[in-house]
Design a protein around this ligand. Structure first.
Ligand SMILES: *Cc1c(COP(=O)(O)O)cnc(C)c1O
Length: 416
């Protein structure tokens, strides 16, 4: 279908695997050449070879107002004219912190960093420093960035200590990571019983977005809260996807469960490289320079990124935004429902192609059917996540026309 372009040839000679993040190679959906994007506009992207595609990836979630949002562009342009980085404090950092603290129920203090990986890694160090404990529970199929401690696989048997999921990760690091199954309260309870004394934190995506969209079962998040209270571990919500998406205050607002620490990324930076972690004042006070847990960053709180974040977060104060996102996401979900199992919370959703039963935890899925769907949609001008294990991210730039065209294309590919 695609001939190997010069650009792709060059990329492969210069960059490992030709890409700067593995999923971009699109190998999981059987492409031998990935998309190169030249520009974006609202709901669409234009590829380097001149094709316009309806984009449901939206850079994996940050772009709640779509590509090249004029207000974001304008504030970034204005900020850039005054200098792109100082490595010193700026007013915008304080303003963005105020927006985050106002929006996210559990966050009393917040620190800005540059990526979700950095935020997750720092939140883990802080939880360990605060509790003076080392162990962490995470969930199979949950993603918290690529810090060593999170790159653990479940060993054999229930609630075992993790083994490295990548060469280069020392087994000594993942030995302190315990991998449980998502939505399995009994499994977590037995892990806490066994390892609770040394347990620093439970890290969880309050709506899982990296095993496909998997909502928390009724009572799951509440049970994690109780288990943390009983054991003295901190509950950490990784709201890198859910923050400002499933509600302004994230999943903690939607489900009414309050974590000790929250990890934010994607939307919080308005499409620029910015992420954050925050939580209870008492815990956050342990960070340097007020405390002794070290954490730092040359580009942290970058002027362009904070400008974009402030602009986006202020507009998200308007409740209508979430009503509208809900309406559009529901329209998409209803449209594609005949073609598989659709799981959705607000503006994050996955079509598990050809499947009927719910997906409640990480599972090996039918990736061949999804790959077929992906390629068929691409031929019809629709770009969805190049993996069955990811979400589609409706934005305020996706109108009914784009939604209906997408539903029609899915019907075309999968047959009515
Ligand atoms: C994307 C993501 C991260 C990592 O963020 P990066 O900015 O890619 O480092 C962490 N947690 C979750 C839930 C994510 O989806």
């Amino acid at each position: 279908m695609l001939i190997k372009s010069d650009l792709w040839q060059r990329a492969q000679k210069l960059i490992p695997g030709g890409v700067n993040s593995p999923v971009r190679a699109m190998r999981g959906v059987g492409l031998d050449e990935p998309l190169f994007v030249a520009r974006g506009d609202g709901a669409t992207i234009e590829t380097a070879d001149g094709r316009t595609l309806i984009d449901w990836v939206q850079s994996w979630g940050p772009l709640i107002f779509g590509h090249a949002d004029p207000e974001t562009i304008e504030v970034v342009r204005e900020a850039a004219l005054d200098g792109t980085t100082f490595g010193a404090s700026t007013e915008r950092e304080v303003e963005l912190a105020a927006e985050i603290v106002d929006a996210v129920p559990s966050v009393e203090r917040v620190r800005l960093v540059s990526s979700g990986t950095e935020a997750g890694m720092s939140a883990l160090r802080l939880a360990r420093g605060f509790t003076r404990r080392d162990r962490v529970i995470k969930f199979n199929g949950g993603y918290h960035g690529h810090a060593d401690a999170f790159l653990a696989q479940a060993g054999s048997g229930l609630a075992t200590l993790g083994i490295p999921a990548s060469p280069g990760v020392p087994s000594g690091v993942t030995e302190d990571t315990i991998v449980c199954e998502y939505n399995d309260v009994d499994g977590v309870a037995s892990a806490v019983e066994r390892y609770g004394e040394g347990l620093a934190a439970i890290f969880v995506e309050p709506v899982a977005g990296n095993m496909g969209c998997v909502p928390p079962a009724r009572g799951f998040l509440e049970a994690l809260r109780l288990l943390c209270d009983a054991s003295g571990a901190l509950l950490v919500f990784d709201e890198v996807i859910t923050g400002f998406r499933v509600a302004r205050g994230g999943a903690q607002e939607l489900y009414g469960v309050t974590p000790d620490l929250t990890v934010l990324g994607k939307i919080v930076g308005g499409g620029l490289p910015l992420a954050a972690f925050g939580g209870r004042a008492e815990v956050m006070a342990q960070l340097a320079p007020s405390g002794s847990v070290y954490q730092a960053g040359t580009l942290s709180g970058n002027p362009l990124a904070t400008a974009a974040g402030i602009s986006v977060l202020r507009r998200l104060r308007d409740r209508d935004v979430y009503d509208e996102l809900e309406r559009r996401s529901a329209r998409l979900a209803d449209g594609v429902a005949p073609f598989g199992r659709v799981q959705r919370v607000g503006a994050m959703l996955t079509l598990f192609a050809g499947r009927e039963e719910p997906v409640e935890r990480f599972e090996e899925l039918d990736t061949e059917l999804y790959a077929q769907l992906f390629r068929g949609l691409l031929e019809r001008g629709v770009y969805v996540a190049p993996s069955q294990y990811e979400c589609l991210f409706p934005s305020l730039a996706h109108g009914d026309d784009e939604i209906d065209a997408t539903v029609e294309a899915v019907g075309d590919v999968l047959g009515r």
